[in-house]
Write a protein that binds this ligand. Sequence first.
Ligand SMILES: [Zn+2]
Ligand SMILES: [Zn+2]
Length: 126
Amino acid sequence: MVKIVQKISEEGKVIKKRIELVERDISELEEDLKSIASKCPHEFRELTDKEKVDRWMSVDAHCLICDNGFGWRCIKSPDHVCHYYSNDGKVELIDGTKVDVPWSDYDAKYESEDGCIFCGMPDERK
Ligand SMILES: [Zn+2]
Ligand SMILES: [Zn+2]
């Protein structure tokens, strides 16, 4: 019995160690992925004519190069992705540049996921 307990505890330690190593690898890879994404110019596929006139415009903003998702495609925003929040009158685009909120009477306190700053579409759609 003692032998079995010892064996199990040894095995457990080995597995724990392996998990630790794998977790370290994962966090390193996640860092790599972030740095790749930060250099990516982010390209999206062309919208079809049908999508361009679709009232709901439910097209995923999925980058063809780095494979990252950015929510919804937007027909009005400068980076073609919907944005719901601004900071100091500026909207941060997916490449990190900041652009002015396009409305002169804009009030940031009404910002929510119910409406994209550029096109007004809610985050929740199908
Ligand atoms: Zn990308
Ligand atoms: Zn939008």
